[in-house]
Design a protein around this ligand. Structure first.
Ligand code: NAD
Length: 530
C-alpha cells in the first residue's frame, strides 16, 4: 500500500487490554499486530485538530472538493487488490466479497458524489410566499467536524462511506473504527491521509481514533458537530444519551431483521438466488441481510428444495489459496451469537436442513451456511438479529399474513418482495414498515443506487445516509430571507396602535377565510381606521 506502516507490537490474540488492541486474522487466527488505544484526551485532541483543518477546507470550492474525491477514487481503483487483501486479513471475508461489497460501492458513491454532490449542496431557491418584496433560499453550510462511529462488517466501505459526504459538504471527520478491524482501519486511514496531503490539504481532515467502546463513548461526548453511528441498537442508545450532553445531532444506522417475501407466483430461480445473496453475502454479516424469508405455502416446498441444493454446494474457507463462496465470521463473539440463536431455534421447533454448526475450528472462526425451515414468528431467532450465514424459512398463507409477520418485529431496515405480478408486489411493498424495499431483488441492492437514501425506521434507527439526504445530514441547512429589491422601508410593528388587532384580523380573514363573504369582511376590517 501507499501509506507508511504504523508502529505496532505483535500480539497473540484478539484479547481486550487497556492500551492496545491485539488484532488477528479471523480466517486463520494469525496475529496481525497491535494498535494503540486512544484515551479520551487523545480523542479531544483529534477533534481539536480536525476543527483547525476544517476552517480552511470549509471555504474550498465544490470544484476543489471534487478534485480531492477524484484523487480518492483513483487511489481506490488503483489499489483495489491491496485494499481487498487488507480487508480479508482483517475480517476473514472472501476476496470477491471484498471487491464487490467494499470497493465497488465505494467507487459508486465517489462517482455519484463527484457528479451530483454540488447540485444538492448549492443554495436552493424557495418561494418567499407572502414576502413578495423578499427572496428566500436554503443554504447548505458545513457543520464542522463529523464523528463516525462504525462497525466491523465492511472494514473499508464503512470507513470511506461517511468520509465522502463529510468532505463534499465541507466538513472534517473523526472516525472510530471497530476494535475488531483496527488493524486494516489504521492502514486505510493512513492511506487516505496521504491522498489528502498529496492533494495539498491538511491530512487532519480525516482522522481515526482507535479503541474499544470507551473511545467511541469519548468521541460521542466530544465537541464534534454531528455524529453518524453505525452499529448495534444497545450502543446506539448509549450514543444518543451521550449526544444529549451537547445536543449534538445524530444519525442512527442500526440493526435489521429484514423480511424477504416470496409470493406463490414468484419467479423461483430469481427469488432463490436473491435469497442466497441476501443470506450468504459476507456470511450474513450484513445489516441488510435477508434475515427472514417469508414464503407463500404454494411455493414453499419448491423454494426450500432449491435453496437447500444451492446452499449445500457453497464452498467455505479463507479464500487465500482456493476459490470459495463464503468466508469466516469476523469476531468470535458473533460466532457465539449465531450458535446460540440457531440452537434455540432448533429447541423451539425449527427444522435444521443443513449447517447449524462451527466448521474448520482449527483454522478460524467459521460457521457453516445454514438453513432452518418451519421457523415461526414466536421463536427468538425470528426477532433477534443473527448477523450470520443462516437462512430462516417461514411459511405464510397469504399476502396479509406475510405483511403482518414482516412488520411484527422491532426492526425496520430493508425488505424484499418477489412476485411476477408487479401490482401485487408493489401493494405488499407499500405496506412494509422499512426504510428500503426492493421488488424482485435482494433489498441490499438499494445501496448501489447512491441517489437513494439508506436508513431505517423503528429500532433500525433514524436519519439517512446516502443520496441527497445523506449529504445534507452533514450540513447546517440555513434558511435565508434576502432583499428582492433594495426598498429600505421599515416594517414597523411598534408601537402597537389602536385598531391594529382589528386590521390584522382583517388580513387573516382576507388571506385565509373561507368563501367570498368572509374575505370581503376581512377586506373591510383591514380598511377600517380603528
Ligand atoms: P457495535 O454497536 O458493537 O459497535 C459499533 C461501534 O460502536 C464500534 O466502533 C464500537 O467500538 C463502538 N462502541 C461500542 N460501545 C460504544 C459506546 N458506549 N459509545 C460509543 N461507541 C461505542 O456494533 P458491531 O457489532 O460492530 O456491528 C454490528 C451491528 O451494526 C449490527 O447490529 C448491524 O446490523 C449494525 N450495522 C448497521 C448498519 C446500517 O447501516 N444500518 C450497517 C452495518 C452494521
Amino acid at each position: 500500500m501507499k501509506a507508511s506502516q504504523p508502529t505496532v507490537k505483535a500480539g497473540p490474540a484478539s484479547a481486550k487490554s487497556p492500551d492496545q488492541i491485539h488484532c488477528v486474522d479471523p480466517a486463520t487466527r494469525a496475529p496481525l499486530g497491535s494498535v494503540r488505544v486512544d484515551s479520551p484526551a487523545d480523542v479531544d485532541a483529534a477533534v481539536a485538530r480536525a476543527k483547525v483543518a476544517q476552517k480552511t477546507w470549509g471555504k474550498t470550492s465544490f470544484a476543489e472538493r471534487r478534485r480531492v474525491l477524484e484523487a480518492l477514487l483513483a487511489y481506490t481503483v488503483d489499489h483495489k487488490e491491496e485494499i481487498c487483501a487488507e480487508v480479508q486479513r482483517g475480517s476473514g471475508k472472501t476476496r470477491e466479497n471484498a471487491l464487490l461489497g467494499e470497493i465497488w460501492p465505494a467507487c459508486e458513491k465517489l462517482r455519484w458524489t463527484i457528479g451530483s454532490g454540488e447540485k444538492h449542496l448549492k443554495p436552493e431557491k424557495i418561494s418567499s410566499g407572502l414576502l413578495v418584496h423578499k427572496k428566500a433560499r436554503l443554504e447548505y453550510h458545513p457543520l464542522g467536524v463529523v464523528a463516525a462511529i462504525i462497525p466491523w462488517n465492511y472494514p473499508f466501505q464503512n470507513l470511506i462511506n461517511p468520509i465522502i459526504p463529510a468532505l463534499m459538504a465541507g466538513n472534517a471527520i473523526v472516525l472510530k473504527p471497530s476494535e475488531w478491524v483496527a488493524w486494516s482501519s489504521e492502514r486505510f486511514i493512513l492511506a487516505m491521509r496521504e491522498v489528502l496531503k498529496d492533494a495539498g490539504h491538511d491530512p487532519d481532515l480525516i482522522q481515526a481514533v482507535q479503541g474499544f467502546g470507551e473511545t467511541g463513548a469519548a468521541l460521542a461526548r466530544s465537541a464534534v458537530d454531528m455524529i453518524l453511528f453505525i452499529g448495534s441498537v444497545g450502543n446506539g442508545r448509549r450514543v444518543v444519551q451521550a449526544s444529549a450532553e451537547r445536543i449534538t445531532p445524530v444519525v442512527m444506522e442500526l440493526g435489521g431483521k429484514d423480511a424477504f417475501i416470496v409470493c406463490d407466483d414468484a419467479e423461483l430461480e430469481q427469488a432463490v438466488h436473491a435469497a442466497m445473496s441476501g443470506c450468504f453475502i459476507n456470511c450474513g454479516q450484513n445489516c441488510v441481510a435477508s434475515e427472514r424469508i417469508l414464503v407463500h405455502e404454494g411455493i414453499y416446498e419448491r423454494f426450500t428444495d432449491r435453496a437447500l441444493e444451492l446452499t449445500r454446494a457453497l464452498r467455505q474457507g479463507s479464500s487465500r489459496d482456493d476459490l470459495v463462496d463464503v468466508g469466516a465470521i469476523a469476531t468470535p463473539l458473533q460466532l457465539e451469537v449465531i450458535e446460540k440463536l440457531v440452537a434455540s431455534a432448533v429447541k423451539q421447533g425449527a427444522r435444521l436442513l443443513c449447517g447449524g454448526k462451527r466448521v474448520h475450528p482449527e483454522q478460524g472462526n467459521y460457521f457453516a451456511p445454514t438453513i432452518l425451515a418451519e421457523v415461526t414468528p414466536e421463536m427468538d431467532i425470528s426477532r433477534e438479529e443473527v448477523f450470520g450465514p443462516v437462512m430462516l424459512l417461514m411459511r405464510v398463507k397469504d399476502d396479509d399474513q406475510a405483511v403482518r409477520v414482516a412488520n411484527g418485529v422491532s426492526y425496520g431496515l430493508s425488505s424484499s418482495v418477489f412476485s411476477r405480478d408487479r401490482g401485487r408486489a408493489r401493494a405488499i411493498a407499500s405496506r412494509l414498515e422499512a426504510g428500503m424495499t426492493a421488488i424482485n431483488e435482494f433489498g441490499g441492492v438499494t445501496y448501489m443506487v447512491q441517489g437513494l437514501t439508506f436508513g431505517g425506521v423503528k429500532a433500525s434507527g433514524y436519519g439517512r445516509m446516502n443520496g441527497r439526504e445523506g449529504l445534507r445530514s452533514m450540513c447546517n441547512i440555513k434558511a435565508v430571507v434576502d432583499d428582492r429589491l433594495p426598498l429600505g422601508f421599515p416594517n414597523r410593528i411598534f408601537p402597537v396602535a389602536e385598531g391594529d388587532f382589528g386590521r390584522f384580523s382583517g388580513v387573516i380573514e382576507l388571506l385565509y377565510g373561507k368563501g367570498l363573504a368572509q374575505k370581503w369582511r376581512g377586506l373591510t376590517r383591514l380598511l377600517q381606521r380603528k
